[in-house]
Design a protein around this ligand. Structure first.
Ligand code: GUN
Length: 310
C-alpha cells in the first residue's frame, strides 16, 4: 500500500545581510585605505538629541562600525530639552567644518523640534542619510546622489539574490520618506514594475500576492504572512519591532518569518537581514560624501551628484 503523504514545503533560503554587509564594509575599508595615501581621512558626525534607548543602540553600532573600517566618527549629544536653535547651530558648525564629511542626525527628534527644518539645515553634500530635498529630488530624477541607506542596502540584497531585476513586479509596503518612497524609486530605476501598498490600500494582501519582490517597511510586527505571498517571491523585511517574548523582549520583523518562508524562495531574517546593510551603506555614503567634497575642492562641477557603484 502506498501512503500519500505530501512532502513538507521547501523552505525559503535566508538572505544573509551579515555576510553581504561584511563585503560592503570590506569595500569601504579598502577605499578608506586608498584615500589615506592621499592624506584624506573621511569623518562622520553623528548627532543624538535626548536619550531614546533604541536610538542609543543604533548610534553606538554606527560609531563602532565606522571605527572598524577606519572612518573617523564624532559623536555629538544634546539634552532632550535642547532647543531647535541649538541643534541648528551645531549643524551650521559641522557644515562649515571641512574636516567633517558626513552629518547624521539620529531620528526621531524630540517633539518640540521640527524634523524637516533640521534635515534641510544639513548641507546636501554632507547629507549621508540622503533625506535633504536636493538629494531626494536628484534621486527621483535619476541623478546619482547621496541616497538613503536602508533602501540602498535592500537594493544590494536584491541584486545579490536575484541578479537583474528588470521586469519584475515589486510591491513596497509602507510609504515613509526614510524607506518606502526611496525604495520604490530605486526599484523603478532598476526597471521593476512598482506598486506601493499602504494603510489606505484596498485589499493589500491581494496586491502583495502579485509581487515577485516584496519589501515590507511598515513597522507592524508579523503583518505579512504566507497568505500575502506568491509562491517563490523574494521577501525583504525592513521591520525591526520589539515585542514581548516568552523569555523577555525580542526583535521581529513586519513579516511572519516562519510562515512566509514556507512560500517565499528567499527571505531576510530579523535580525541579521536588512539591519547591518543600513550601517554599511551609511559608511559607504560617508566615503562618497568625502570624495564628492574633494572633487568640489579641486574645482569640479558645483553639483551634488557623484558616481555611485554597488
Ligand atoms: N532613525 C531610524 N532610521 C534612521 C535613519 O536611517 N537615519 C536617521 N538619521 N535616523 C533614523
Amino acid at each position: 500500500m502506498t501512503l500519500l503523504i505530501s512532502p513538507p514545503p521547501a523552505l525559503a533560503r535566508d538572505i544573509d545581510g551579515k555576510a553581504i554587509s561584511a563585503r560592503v564594509l570590506d569595500e569601504v575599508r579598502e577605499e578608506v585605505l586608498a584615500l589615506a595615501e592621499e592624506q584624506i581621512y573621511p569623518a562622520l558626525a553623528v548627532l543624538l538629541v535626548g536619550e531614546d534607548p533604541a536610538s542609543e543602540v543604533y548610534v553606538r553600532n554606527k560609531l563602532l562600525r565606522a571605527k572598524e573600517v577606519g572612518i573617523r566618527s564624532l559623536e555629538h549629544r544634546l539634552a532632550e530639552n535642547a532647543s531647535q536653535n541649538e541643534v541648528l547651530e551645531l549643524i551650521a558648525q559641522l557644515n562649515a567644518d571641512a574636516s567633517v564629511n558626513g552629518i547624521l542626525v539620529q531620528l526621531p527628534l524630540p517633539a518640540h523640534i521640527d524634523e524637516q527644518a533640521v534635515i534641510h539645515a544639513i548641507h546636501p553634500i554632507k547629507d549621508v542619510d540622503g533625506f535633504h530635498r536636493e538629494n531626494v529630488g536628484g534621486l527621483v530624477q535619476g541623478i546619482e546622489v547621496l541616497t538613503p541607506c536602508t533602501p540602498s542596502g535592500c537594493m544590494r540584497l536584491l541584486r545579490e539574490t536575484c541578479g537583474d531585476l528588470s521586469g519584475l513586479h515589486a510591491v513596497v509596503i509602507g510609504r515613509s520618506n526614510i524607506v518606502g518612497k526611496p525604495m520604490a524609486t530605486l526599484l523603478l530605476q532598476a526597471d521593476c514594475s512598482v506598486s506601493v501598498v499602504h494603510s489606505r490600500s484596498v485589499d493589500a494582501p491581494t496586491l502583495c500576492r502579485m509581487a515577485d519582490i516584496v519589501v515590507a517597511a511598515v513597522g507592524r510586527p508579523h503583518l505579512i504572512d504566507a497568505s500575502w505571498l506568491k509562491p517563490g517571491a523574494v521577501v525583504i523585511d525592513v521591520g525591526i519591532n520589539r515585542i514581548a517574548g516568552e523569555s523577555g523582549p525580542r526583535l521581529v520583523g513586519d513579516v511572519d518569518y516562519a510562515s512566509a518562508r514556507t512560500v517565499a524562495s528567499a527571505i531576510t531574517p530579523v535580525p541579521g537581514g536588512v539591519g547591518p546593510m543600513t550601517i554599511a551603506y551609511l559608511l559607504k555614503n560617508t566615503l562618497i560624501a568625502s570624495q564628492l567634497q574633494r572633487a568640489v575642492q579641486l574645482g569640479g562641477p558645483q553639483v551634488v551628484s557623484v558616481p555611485v557603484s554597488g
